[in-house]
Design a protein around this ligand. Structure first.
Ligand code: GDP
Ligand code: MG
Length: 447
């Protein structure tokens, strides 16, 4: 059986290991051989250097390299060639290598433990884990970089999405391969953008240059965010603001305490460090499912621009033309130009049926106003094209900004802006054509 490690991953790993081309032979796979420490040791002990790779449902790929034999003899073992790595985060290439700072505890050889790195740094699983109904495995280990391995200021969540649920764990024997020449690094890096400072400033500049179409009379795009309570809508807004300010922003109230739960419709402009505003507003909404009043009727009014900023939703009363502050004839500028559905990737399997129904209704309501979501399953469940689904990670516990977080959020934001731009260009040209047609009629009338 071929493993899930791609050629590109192998090229990246052999660069990290060093000393020329390597071949990778699959020794152990939890989906093929069962997830048990005994099986891991039966297949992987005394096989020389190995790579252990984990793949998760969010599309992240990370793992650890051991430069010496795995054994079942117990105790810590020195390995200054060992490292923990990340290759992909949420489907986007994010390459990081975390080397030991205390190599004397680089590996642990426990007969009831799988590949075990540091104390505790990266410990996939203990004993035996049974497979979940959906084919994933909820590993009982953890990723907590920083004790024996350097964390390079990358948070654990930015590697494993805050969860030890995996779709696969594989171990490969690594040996020198003189028959294969490695792909030059340059070629690999060009295929997809590396999320580094340079890329972040390039994409931030590009985003600042996207403006509503001329003739639309609109100064800023309205990007509406909807989703269940606690999905991360307010955090997403703060995270989007952060790369433009070069610090973590906390303007939108985050959290589940009663004063932090969003009850109002609030539109947030985004400022650059110099003070000027970008050409879009992020519109925060109350969460679906907390008696917040976010049902199909109210969402429809919101999409069409009948609701003013700071409007407080009520569960007991629907919005109507009699609601104080109701915008009777909203202009195109007041409508939602793009709708982003924000979902928490760790609870996507458990969304209540009523929430799914409402999200589906919302998609139908939004029609050409295209929709965003954060995980692949949503693409299927809601019938949204996969290239409109963007996994992102918000700031929630970090102290400092992170390049990978900025990269993912800016890529998602760019897609939202392009969707809004396309929708508005279509509307504006349709209006212009309408006006031309009217002008023709007037001329012939007066002739
Ligand atoms: N692990 C993790 N937690 C997050 C993320 N985004 C938000 N959170 C946390 O989830 C909780 C709810 O977030 P919030 O933005 O208030 O959700 P909202 O109700 O949709 O606005 C807060 O405790 C956040 O710190 C994320 O990307 N990863
Ligand atoms: Mg909120």
């Amino acid at each position: 059986m071929a493993g899930k490690l791609t050629k590109e991953h192998m090229n990246l790993l052999e660069g990290m290991i060093g000393c020329g081309p390597k071949s990778f032979k699959l020794l152990y796979s939890i989906t093929r051989d069962g997830c048990s420490a005994a099986e891991f040791h039966r297949k992987c002990d005394n096989q020389g250097p190995t790579v252990t790779v984990l793949l998760n449902p969010q599309g992240s790929v990370y793992g650890g390299y051991a430069g010496i034999n795995w054994k079942s003899t117990g105790g810590f073992t020195m390995d200054d060639t060992a490292f923990i790595f990340q290759l992909v985060f949420s489907g986007i290439r994010v390459v990081n290598i975390f080397r030991p700072k205390d190599a004397s505890k680089a590996l642990y050889f426990g007969c009831n433990r799988s590949a075990w790195f540091g104390n505790p740094d990266f410990e996939p699983f203990l004993n035996t884990i049974s497979v979940n109904k959906d084919g994933t495995f909820s590993l009982n280990g953890r990723l907590t970089l920083g004790t024996c391995y350097n964390s390079n200021n990358v948070s654990n969540d930015a590697i494993h999405n805050g969860s030890m649920v995996v779709t696969e764990l594989e171990v490969y024997a690594v040996s020198a391969d003189d028959t294969r020449t490695s792909t030059p690094k340059q070629t690999t890096w060009r295929k997809t953008p590396a999320l580094n400072e340079e890329y972040i400033s390039k994409i931030a500049e590009e985003l600042a240059s996207i403006t509503p179409p001329r003739g639309s009379g609109i100064t800023d795009f309205r990007l509406l965010l909807v989703g269940p309570v606690g999905a991360g809508k307010s955090s997403f807004i703060n995270t989007v603001m952060s790369p433009f300010a070069d610090r973590i922003i906390n303007k939108a109230a985050v959290g589940t305490s009663s004063q932090n739960v969003t009850r109002k419709y609030i539109t947030y402009p985004v400022r650059k460090t110099g003070g000027s505003c970008l050409n879009f507003r992020l519109c925060d909404t109350p969460g679906i499912g907390d008696h917040s009043g976010m049902d199909a009727v109210n969402i429809n009014f919101l999409l069409d621009g009948h609701v003013h900023s700071s409007f407080e939703f009520s569960y007991s009363r629907h919005i109507s033309a009699k609601t104080p502050g109701f915008v009777h004839r909203p202009s195109l500028a007041e409508e939602a130009h793009c709708v982003g559905i924000v979902l928490d990737s760790s609870t996507i399997h458990d969304l209540p049926a009523v929430t799914m129904t409402l999200l589906n209704e919302l998609k139908n309501l939004a029609l050409e106003k295209e929709v965003k979501a954060v995980v692949d399953q949503v693409s299927e469940a809601l019938g949204i094209p996969p290239n409109h689904v963007f996994p992102v990670k918000n700031y929630h516990s970090e102290m400092e900004t992170e390049v990978a977080v900025h990269g993912l959020v800016l890529i998602a934001l760019r897609k939202m802006l392009f969707i809004a731009l396309d929708a508005l260009e279509e509307r504006t040209s349709a209006n212009e054509e309408g006006q031309e047609a009217n002008a023709d009629v007037t001329e012939s009338d007066t002739a």
